[in-house]
Design a protein around this ligand. Sequence first.
Ligand code: PMP
Length: 289
Amino acid sequence: MKIYLNGKLVDEKDAVVSVFDHGLLYGDGVFEGTRVYDGNIAFLGEHMDRLLDSAKVIDLNIGMTKEELVAATVETCQANGIKNGYLRHVVTRGVGTLGLNPYLCKQAQVIIIAADIQLYTVELYEKGMRVITAGTIRNMAEAVNPRVKSLNYLNNIMAKIEAVNAGVMECLMLNAQGYVAEASGDNVFAVKGNKLMTPPAWCGGLEGITREKVMQVAREAGMDVVETVMTRYELWTADEVFLTGTAAEVIAVVDLDKRLIGSGKPGPVTKKLAQAYRKLAGTDGVRFE
Ligand code: PMP
């Protein structure tokens, strides 16, 4: 496998970063996860915008323009013959001292990995997921803003530990006020009649690109799409609940905290939106040969 590392494609064994890199020492950096479908890098422009925005918020100079990032991404896919897969962009603060000061790190490290994708099982999509609410609350925006896709994912990992220990794959995270934020690695939606609801990002979620595109296809399908403050009441009493994310796409939640959602099976709206999203992801993006 060839890894893009600071302007060069290098062998996997040579793709190494220093133990003094602040990405490792402090989780100081940003990242993106992007899918490739039949030679189309889905929503690459949106992913690179979010990467640059995340970097801006933490005052990290990536040292590359959006166009350069897009070109480097295509080059990495081509070098690895990846036509279907999963991309990981990682930008670390770079090598510094053992102190916190990020301004002593002179050069950000830009890494692009083009790999296969680890998917949930087909069975999980057919039957739907069981999810619990984690006791770990989502980071407060005033502390570490969840809108920044940073390398510091301990908040999500603490929640994921609870999920795995409870025997499920995902968990719901609430914010400090008890309102629904998102799942540990996905956004959350509820369907009630013709209404599609999801919490606004300020409730403590990442502004997921899948979330954005699912809202788009739902509007096109004539649904009433609202970003609204939500409690678990709206999820427990919904007709359907689903999660969205680049890797998961759209996946039904059929049980939340032992409350069956709707019929307890993936519902028709979830299935329809999953299909429409997949169609869009296959065409909207950057295509390469
Ligand atoms: N929330 C979190 C915490 C995430 O890490 C992700 C990405 N896996 C998402 C939501 C979904 O975002 P996207 O649709 O852009 O992949």
